[in-house]
Design a protein around this ligand. Structure first.
Ligand code: ZN
Length: 321
């Protein structure tokens, strides 16, 4: 536990969220800014600093008095050095984020992968509180993952372990952003679903989805999918259920490998369609994990929502102090 306040930052492709938390990890200040990554590296850095200062001001604090700042960023990155190795969405390559922020803020900074931090906060404060071995899976535009084993984040040899979205489900499957074929992300992310939904729409099988997303299925949001399913687009329900089942199949393999106590399912798609994702994942787990291991694990919905990554970032820096 920190003896002073810390700030956790969620650095996303579209928004930056900064939370000031106290010793009990209660949020006492917050600030949100758009990332505007297209305006360049230095600009994003300045907006992170501005969000931290604004959140501190809201809590009546001097930023110099903070015990530290944690940042959750899309990867891949090196958590040991805080260097962002490659982040196409933010336009960063080998960018020393930790060093730059430490210079600007004058307090210790720690940086980690956003999905790792979402998993850490759910394990410490959320759905998997008190569990020792936790797998986090966050399904939205992509599929992020994190591992807490023996109560600690697991990094592996590279520092980048936990890329659950790039488990290969079908080596002849669709191309993935990572360059491989048939990764879970290429089959079950919102981007993958949008591609299949576009085909269904062209065939006239997704009238409600077309209405929900204003005619452009490539820009489909999780809420649009939920709305279309509720309105009766059977084809969309089939596509989403299949994606959820694939996530469940991947969970089955992870359970066989790691025997976690808890798998936390979160991200925009799960929040929008929790019943479908939980039901399909739990059903697939029954068929794809060994019964003895499957009995010991629960699949739980994430609880911390939009604050999960920033809270995990606050935990990261607090636990380093
Ligand atoms: Zn991949």
């Amino acid at each position: 536990m920190p003896d002073r306040f810390v700030v956790g930052v969620d650095l996303g492709g579209t928004k930056i969220l900064a939370l000031v938390v106290d010793k009990q990890f209660a949020v006492v200040g917050r600030a949100k800014k758009s990332t505007k990554a297209q305006e360049g590296v230095a600009h994003v850095h300045d907006r992170i600093v501005a969000a931290v200062i604004e959140a501190c001001r809201g809590a009546g604090l001097d930023p110099k008095a903070l015990a530290g700042v944690g940042v959750g960023s899309p990867g891949p990155l090196d958590p040991a050095t805080g260097v962002i190795i490659d982040s196409p969405n933010l336009g960063w390559h080998n960018y020393p984020l930790r060093e730059k922020l430490q210079q600007a803020l004058g307090v210790p900074v720690a940086v980690d992968n956003d999905a790792n931090l979402g998993t850490l906060s759910e394990q410490r404060l959320g759905a998997a509180r008190g569990k020792q071995h936790v797998v986090g899976i966050f399904a939205g535009t992509g599929i992020g993952g994190g591992l807490v084993l023996n109560g600690q984040l697991f990094y592996g040899a590279s520092g980048a372990a936990g890329e659950i979205g790039h488990i290969v489900m079908n080596p002849d499957g669709p191309l993935c952003g990572c360059g491989n074929r048939g990764c879970l992300e290429a089959i079950a992310s919102r981007s993958a679903i949008a591609g299949e939904a576009a085909v269904a729409a062209v065939r006239g099988h997704a009238p409600h989805l077309l209405a929900a997303c204003g005619g452009d299925v490539t820009k489909v949001r999780s809420g649009d999918l939920a709305e279309a399913i509720q309105a009766g687009d059977q084809a969309i329900e089939t596509i989403v259920r299949r994606a959820a089942r694939y996530i469940g199949i991947a969970i089955g393999s992870l359970v066989n490998l790691l025997s976690p106590d808890c798998v936390v399912l979160g991200g925009g798609m799960v929040e929008a369609m929790e019943d479908i994702f939980l039901a399909e994942a739990r059903e697939a787990l029954k068929h794809h994990a060994m019964p003895y291991l499957a009995q010991r694990v629960e699949i739980m919905p994430a609880r911390l929502g939009d604050d999960a990554v920033a809270l995990g970032a606050a935990l990261l820096i607090a636990e380093k102090r």
